[in-house]
Design a protein. Structure first.
Length: 157
């Protein structure tokens, strides 16, 4: 959706507050839960609010609402309200949002490789780490997507 962005972002662009384009990108995707929200919507497809809450049991209703609202205001996520009883609302990635998916996947790979390095430096067994590591990525539904499942059979080597 061209021309869609938060007033805060628009104001920073007008005032020249961003030193480079990377700062703009980070301001759009930064937020404790935005990356994993983007991954699930981009890889698994549309989700209802309650589905997202189940995926992230540690996130509060308010924070999830705020993160989704910001992503919608920036044109990254779309909210579809279906005229049904009871009401049905789904969140999905926009075309613009889908362009962020390769970045999210590269961040996952970087983190996975860094964890492997840390494990080697600390001389901790991979099994010990995989038992304690909690990751918000789950098995993708789409067959062509890479598996980002950290809980089942994680491998950091």
């Amino acid at each position: 959706m061209p021309g869609t962005f938060r007033d805060e972002v628009k104001e920073k662009i007008i005032n020249g507050d961003y030193n480079c384009e990377k700062e703009l990108t980070l301001s759009i995707i930064s937020g404790k839960w935005k990356i994993v929200i983007l991954w699930h919507l981009g890889v698994e497809g549309p989700h209802r609010f309650s589905d997202l809450q189940r995926l992230f049991p540690k996130i509060s209703h308010k924070i999830l609402t705020n993160q989704l609202r910001e992503l919608m205001e920036d044109g990254i996520v779309h909210r579809e309200v279906y005229p049904e009883v009871p009401p049905k609302v789904e969140y999905s990635m926009t075309e613009l949002g889908m362009t962020l998916l390769p970045i999210v996947e590269m961040m996952y790979e970087w983190g996975k490789n860094r964890i492997a390095e840390i494990i080697k430096e600390m001389d901790i067994s991979e099994l010990s780490i995989s038992l304690h590591l909690q990751c918000c990525f789950t098995k993708p539904i789409r067959k062509e997507a890479p598996s980002l499942n950290c809980k089942e059979g994680a491998s950091y080597a």
